[in-house]
Design a protein around this ligand. Structure first.
Ligand SMILES: [Zn+2]
Length: 289
């Protein structure tokens, strides 16, 4: 068992009452840390990259790297496009060998989002790749690869009827609905709208994805999982931990010229952070053979 689709990962997560943690990556050390953490906890995991991260790494190099690191390990790993901005970007990722793609048409009028997502589903299904859609714009509490910062008061909320229509018409494998969550660092405690989550869940039977997992308290993460959230995205927390650790290492060893010695503590920190969040999602010891 190694590289699988998100559809398989999330269906098992829903059945097993846990969520699969999805971590964004942008280089070798992040990717090694995410897979190492999942391996040490015997957990399924999703390794994701947004367009800017894929462009930075080279899509073919990224997929080859994940397959090389995760391939020999007895844990299921999904390779996912986060916030695919266009049909063209999705098609490129299908060619790179991703096992799951997200198309984010949430800022478009609903009918356009549905039409584009349907086109993505058709192309992805032909390649055996699963699709995640998005309804209601999930805002940005601070700048990151998912997009530029918007006013945190502009955090959007999904409309229940739109979610129902979106899922029925597109037949996506998973979808992200804005329920008070945001990307980046929250300026104040996030207030997840569990009432909205419950209404969405009652009208749809598709695994839900919670974006902007960084900073959501453990009890809210766990509650969301009991209500049908099967995938939780974490990105900022890993970047913050890695950068802070690297900054400290650089300050402590100003003359060090061994790049590997400088990056190793940051990579170790990311293993620790990824493990903590896998445990939050209750997906530890959930890998299957
Ligand atoms: Zn996101």
């Amino acid at each position: 068992m190694s590289i699988v689709t998100n559809k398989e990962l999330l269906e098992r997560a829903l059945e097993g009452h846990y969520a699969v943690a999805s971590f964004n990556t942008n280089n070798l050390e992040y990717s090694q840390a995410i897979i190492q953490a999942a391996y040490e906890l015997n957990a399924p995991v999703i390794i994701a990259a947004a367009k800017s991260e894929i462009d930075y790494m080279n899509g073919y190099a990224f997929v080859a790297m994940v397959r090389a690191i995760a391939g020999p390990l007895p844990i299921p790993v999904g390779i996912h496009l986060d916030h695919g901005p266009s049909y063209e970007e999705v098609v490129r990722c299908l060619r790179y060998g991703f096992t799951s793609v997200m198309y984010d048409g949430s800022s478009l009028p609903l009918s356009e989002n549905i039409a584009n997502t349907k086109k993505v589903v058709e192309a992805a299904r032909a390649c055996g790749v699963s699709v995640e859609g998005e309804i209601g714009v999930i805002g940005q509490a601070s700048d990151g690869p998912e997009g530029p910062q918007i006013d945190s008061d502009m955090i959007g909320l999904a409309d229940v009827d739109e979610c129902e229509r979106f899922v029925a018409e597109t037949n996506v494998d998973a979808f992200a609905a804005a329920i008070g969550n945001a990307h980046g660092l929250y300026k104040r405690k996030p207030e997840l709208r569990f009432d909205l989550l419950e209404q969405i869940r009652n009208k749809t039977n598709t695994p839900l994805v919670l974006h902007g997992g960084t900073g959501i308290p453990l009890e809210d993460i766990r509650k969301a999982i009991t209500m049908g959230v099967a995938k939780i995205n974490f990105s900022t927390v890993m970047r913050k931990g890695a950068i802070e650790t690297l900054r400290n290492t650089l300050n402590d060893h100003p003359g060090e010229l061994d790049y590997m010695k400088l990056l190793t503590p940051a990579r170790n920190k990311m293993v620790e952070i990824a493990k903590e969040h896998i445990i939050m999602c209750m997906s530890d010891q959930k890998a299957w053979k």
